[in-house]
Design a protein around this ligand. Structure first.
Ligand code: NAD
Length: 390
């Protein structure tokens, strides 16, 4: 611990052991700690916090962090708690008033879970709310994690199907390539397409945003087009909007048709702050070949496939449906490395001359804030809470 006099002018970011099931990531890797120490931060972490990402306590002390066993003492010390996942209520309660919390807080999916942060007068910043503007690209943790999820989903599928991915010409005859269908061609979907193509699969992809077509084709996949009658499908932030039931049905009909010949289907479709759109119903799964696999990456927000169950493996007449909700945690070194760089870039906006400086007029800091000085700072979250009270 630094001497008490120093604590008053040196910002103290703190990292805890992540306690969620299967969570192996750590919010700050040693390389980022080093950068924060250079910015005059006094970084402390709970003993063992980096082990899941193959980083020991010694790796952290070597770059100037302090390692502490007592979680309660760490929370009391924290000016900034840097997390991967939203802390438990008792961790929120252990922080001092005015402390900052930064991480994936799920403010739009589960706003009520942030009430303890509001009541304790904490300033919370959500990595999900970081605007996708050029200046904030280095802080785009959603894209970092989606990249890993898209990559890993293909490996899961390849591992599960009873066939190989590439086209092979052998003395025993030709082995045809696997057929992969990717639904939703955002960050995760594009990475899934790229990975499946590298393994030699023939890939088709569908997205409601017409702009995704060019990116899909540039990766060597076929873009499936649905006539949505000139409907507006994306907002000015580049995100998909919620579609009418009729428009969704047109997409579903095409998907059900293409699903009949797919070996692996990876679904990634999301609409921020809404339930994930249903893209495959039971009939679509029933139409698939035996041995085929569906990997639903939207499990946390309700799923794209009616039969999928978060973190369970469902079998249906020889078709496997999986909905892993935290694939980035299964690649903990690279997931932590990217995440740690993202949050460190954000922290650098908050630290000036070793002290905390919260400029809510900053076009990245302000929009990312969820609670501040006992009030909801984000209108969408405040509206969601209001709607729950009424
Ligand atoms: P996301 O996770 O919110 O959604 C994944 C994909 O699902 C999106 O491509 C979306 O269009 C699609 N989708 C939604 N409803 C659908 C439906 N009914 N049927 C089929 N597909 C549907 O999105 P994301 O991956 O986070 O990216 C969203 C957008 O933001 C993309 O345009 C992406 O290129 C853009 N983006 C920009 C930046 C940046 O400028 N810094 C960074 C990352 C992403």
């Amino acid at each position: 611990m630094p001497p008490a006099a120093q604590l008053s002018f040196i910002i103290a970011p703190v990292v805890l052991n992540e306690t969620g099931d299967g969570e192996a990531r750590v919010a700050l890797m040693p390389e980022s700690v080093q950068k924060l120490v250079e910015a005059k931060a006094f970084v402390s972490l709970e003993s063992g916090a980096g082990l899941g990402a193959a980083r020991t306590d010694e790796d952290y002390t070597a770059v100037g962090a302090s390692v502490v066993k007592d979680r309660k003492a760490l929370l009391e010390l924290a000016d900034v708690l840097v997390v991967v996942n939203r802390p438990a209520p008792k961790d929120f309660n252990g922080l001092k008033k005015g402390a900052v919390v930064l991480g994936f807080l799920r403010p739009l999916d589960e706003p009520a879970k942030l009430v303890p942060a509001l009541e304790n007068g904490l300033t919370t910043f959500s990595m999900e709310l970081v605007p996708r503007i050029t200046r904030a690209q280095a802080m785009d943790a959603l894209s970092s994690m989606a990249t890993i999820a898209g990559y890993k989903a293909v490996l899961l599928g390849a591992n599960r199907i009873p066939r190989m991915f590439p086209l092979l010409m052998t003395a025993a005859g030709t082995v045809p390539p696997a057929r992969v269908l990717v639904l939703g061609a955002g960050v995760a979907g594009l990475q899934a397409i790229a990975t499946a193509r590298r393994l030699g699969a023939v890939v088709e992809a569908y997205d409601v945003r017409a702009a995704a077509g060019e990116q899909v084709r540039s990766l060597g996949a076929t873009f499936l087009e649905v006539d949505l009658g000139g409907l507006q499908t994306e907002d000015k932030g580049g995100y998909a909007v919620e579609l009418s039931e009729e428009a969704l049905k047109r997409g579903r009909d095409l998907i059900a048709e293409r699903a009949k010949t797919a070996d692996v289907i990876i679904t990634t479709a999301q609409v921020p702050g809404r339930r994930a759109p249903v893209l495959m119903d039971e009939a679509a799964v029933n139409g698939m070949r035996r041995g085929a696999v569906v990997i639903d990456l939207a499990g946390l927000t309700g799923g794209n496939v009616t039969l999928s169950k978060p973190d369970e493996i469902v079998e249906r007449d020889g078709v496997t449906i999986m909905a892993p909700t935290n694939l980035p945690a299964t690649v903990p070194v690279h997931a932590s490395q990217l995440y740690s760089r993202n949050v460190t870039a954000f922290l650098k906006l908050l630290i000036k001359d070793g002290t905390l400086h919260l400029d809510m007029n900053d076009d990245v800091v302000g929009p990312s804030c969820v609670t501040h000085e006992g009030k909801w700072a984000n209108q969408r979250v405040a509206a969601a809470i209001d709607a729950m009270v009424k």
